[in-house]
Design a protein around this ligand. Sequence first.
Ligand code: GAF
Length: 379
Amino acid sequence: MNPEAGFRAVYGRAPDGVWSAPGRVNLIGEHTDYNDGLVLPTALSRRTRVAAAARPDGLLRLHSARADGGVVTLERDELVPGRVRGWAAYPAGVVWALRAAGLAVGGADLHVESDVPQGAGLSSSAALEIATALAVTGVHGLAPEPAELARLARHAEHAFVGVPCGIMDQTAAARCRAGHALHLDTRDLTVRHLPFDPAAHGLRLLVVDVRVRRALADGAYAARRAACEAGARALGVRALRDVALAQLPDALSALPAELRPVVRHVVTENERVARVAALLAAGDLRAAGPPLTAGHASLRDDFAVSCPELDLAVDTARAAGALGARMTGGGFGGSAIALVDEERAEAVERAVGSAFASAGFRAPAVFAVTAGKGAGRDG
Ligand code: GAF
């Protein structure tokens, strides 16, 4: 159903408007965004759409076409961290964060539709957060800056939902541009929009959703973040961003053995982002394969956030001719990406499917990425 019709069916009136935000894939720069580092995501054409109308009474009513359980109704004083559970915590947390920041966000009815796969490492949570933020500010005549929306959405995810994520996903949803990848410096939040159009290079970027779901709230993500912070403290720097590649050997020898691999991953990953960004800026996407593959090895061996399904997707894609492949997102499941020549794309997809069948894994879902637009008003 389209979001307007869905809204009418649930609330029996017309919405004031529809706002949407995309899912994302990260090309390179994984687990760097909570280390003040560099990331390079691109928006998907798959989006989360929120139809919304203002309410005069401060009440928040939430409905998702994807979730069972009907309409979630929340009084103003029910918007308290820890009080709202399940999918509704994301939009509720965003309204809580906007109000806490002093924005005059009153009541609203919301209806959500989405084709961003959930739990696939494609940032469905941030798409929901940013689409909600635009909708609830939009119906009250407010238009905060996209960077501010991203910051408040991340705050909601930390303080209301309880996930200690970085700022990449919310920024990608809010600030990506069609046909481009977003080079984001997570320290100062400056962005560069770099051309990203695989088809123009005779290439495809395939996403392989390995259909292993693992929520970020599980604890392993928080543990990696804590290890990075311990590494920075041990080295006497504000964040691992401050360790240059040339300093890495000395830094590693100053660290206890258990912190060396995570530090090595973050420092080398920042350098890979810089390398891939330079290739995109130079129009040489074809040369980006090797740093992507090196990024996977680092996430698998040093950062230890891959899983057998992601490794099989990457290894099989490469054996079938991909120029480069890696897991994308937080890891422990989710999706891999593969940069492939257009004429190899079907063979790669077939090879991954049959490798998964032989290994007894669930059939993966494969699709090609077109760099979509960032968040905005749809109607
Ligand atoms: C998840 C988080 F939400 C991001 O902030 C980022 O840390 C990513 O994992 C890993 O790069 O998507």
